[in-house]
Design a protein. Structure first.
Length: 282
């Protein structure tokens, strides 16, 4: 008989969570720091099992997430029917809950993918990390066609995790939305139009390599139920400099920028659209 997946449960002891480990890689890689413009809106670090989140309190969404992946200890808990939870450490009016996602085409898009932090020396720890990704603090509104579709962004995520597993790699992954001032509002929440990802790893040469990716969309109008509408588009993934991501997000990422191979190219290359995930420059 096939084992049934266990229901998502949340350990109420948040003090037991270690969060993102800056010393996880052979070369330390710290959390991004909110710059002067976003710092007044940034929450403190919220620690979960193997990942951390810093919220943008005014936007009620994550400013960024930071996760470690250990390919050697990776496990893959079976997915049960989704059940999402508010984080009791965050005021309810500073996180986006179920109301935004009800009766429309918006999915609760994981920023930290559920399988990325699901590693450890026991199935119990891997499951606890998997379940922690079902906090609303880790969700961002994404159109179902994008979130569930086989987009290049999903391919990029699969590529990072699969290669970490297959090569027993350690990888640090930072992800977040681009919170632009002119993002369209829906049910009181401004919905991000772009998302970014920064991937850090130590190469066989012993060199730290950090690369940046940006998901952007062309203009396409899709109406959602209610009095407001939101613009969606055809999503394409570009490799960009980590410096560009820092500029778009208002995050200070000096150590990440210094380890970006594109940073050493003169002149700085324009965004490069990825035709396939294996085109990653690492």
């Amino acid at each position: 008989m096939t084992a049934q997946p266990e229901a998502v449960t949340i350990d109420p002891d948040y003090a037991s969570r270690g969060g993102y480990d800056p010393a996880f890689l052979a070369h330390p890689l710290p959390l991004p720091a909110p710059g002067a413009e976003v710092a007044p809106h940034a929450s403190g670090e919220l620690r979960y099992h193997h990942f951390s989140i810093v919220m943008h309190r005014a936007r009620r969404l994550a400013l960024f997430t930071a996760c470690t992946i250990d390919g050697k200890l990776s496990r893959r808990p079976t997915r049960e029917r989704d059940r999402w939870f508010l984080d009791p450490r965050v005021p309810e009016d500073e996180q986006t809950g179920e109301v935004v996602y009800r009766d429309n085409d918006l999915d609760r898009g994981h920023l930290v993918r559920r399988l990325d932090p699901a590693w450890g020396t026991s199935d119990a720890l891997a499951k606890a990390a998997n379940d922690d990704t079902f906090h609303f603090t880790n969700a961002t509104p994404q159109h179902h066609d994008f979130n569930a579709g086989e987009t290049l962004w999903a391919g990029l995520e699969d590529y990072v995790l699969d290669n970490a597993d297959n090569a027993d790699l350690k990888v640090s992954v930072f992800t977040g939305p681009v919170l632009a001032e002119d993002d369209d509002a829906y049910r009181g929440v401004q919905l991000p139009r772009q998302f970014w990802k920064v991937v850090g790893m130590v190469k066989e040469s012993g060199e730290l390599s950090v690369t940046g990716y940006l998901l952007s969309q062309a203009a396409l109008i899709a109406d959602l139920p209610g009095e407001e509408a939101f613009s969606y588009g055809d999503y394409r993934t570009f490799q960009v400099t980590v410096r560009r991501i820092a500029e778009l997000t208002g995050l200070e990422m000096a150590p990440h920028i210094a380890a970006d191979p594109l940073e050493r190219m003169e002149p700085t290359p324009p965004p490069r659209e990825l035709a396939r995930p294996e085109d990653l420059l690492v």
